[in-house]
Write a protein that binds this ligand. Structure first.
Ligand SMILES: [Zn+2]
Ligand SMILES: [Zn+2]
Length: 219
């Protein structure tokens, strides 16, 4: 089965809603050292998806596949280690304590004093299972040819406020043609995320909820 097609609990959400808190993929063009946010085949001032791949708008060079896959893999691994590092964050915005120290009072915030006296907030994992899973699903979505073709991806607009002159918009015909032309490239890049999704899906998704219909009812 393909884990990226498994839906988390909130399966009614659009990608725009589901991925509202995820981090964009921040790629670095190793030719000119420009960093840009890649959000799939869409208008951007910083990159362009061409018939020969993803092109950096600053130096006009097409990024080699390995430049993308190795960065994506490094970013995914950094999210996974952030998750396993077990950082806890206080839910009281006025407090904002971030710690790896578990309070002797359970999930109560240890507060700035470290003695659980000055805050009534509750600590929770900064990057929990579901957040990590959602982040991986987002990285998977931006290289998903079908989602690109349907223009269902989380938009970059809100992240791209660096200029008042907007990027040139793409027609749906252009998007479909570019998606098909880059199918092989995108599928290679997707295997990076797929590897981690496959390894981790069982932990992040309520499998019984998804496959419950397959479990025979007791007589
Ligand atoms: Zn460049
Ligand atoms: Zn607190």
């Amino acid at each position: 089965s393909n884990p990226s097609e498994l839906q988390p609990l909130d399966y009614n959400l659009t990608d725009k809603e589901r991925f509202k808190d995820v981090e964009y993929l921040n790629l670095n063009c190793a030719y000119c050292q420009t960093k840009f946010l890649f959000g799939g085949i869409m208008a951007s001032l910083h990159y362009q998806v061409t018939f020969s791949g993803i092109k950096c708008s600053n130096c006009e060079k097409v990024l080699p596949t390995l430049m993308i896959t190795s960065q994506l893999e490094r970013i995914i691994r950094s999210f996974i280690s952030l998750h396993y590092a077990g950082w806890l964050v206080c839910d009281d915005p006025a407090c904002g304590v971030i710690t790896r120290q578990i309070s002797v009072y359970g999930r109560r915030c240890i507060g700035l004093s470290g003695r659980s006296q000055d805050c009534r907030g509750i600590m929770s994992y900064r990057f929990n299972d579901k957040q990590l899973y959602t982040q991986l699903l987002y990285f998977d979505s931006i290289f998903n040819v079908e989602k690109n073709k349907k223009r269902e991806l989380k938009p970059l607009d809100d992240a791209d406020t660096s200029s008042d002159k907007g990027p040139e918009l793409l027609s749906s015909g252009q998007v479909v043609a570019l998606a098909e032309q880059n199918r092989e490239l995108f599928e290679v890049i997707r295997t990076v995320t797929q590897k981690y999704l496959t390894n981790n899906a069982r932990r992040y998704v309520d499998m019984s909820g998804i496959f419950g219909f397959m479990i025979p009812e007791e007589e």
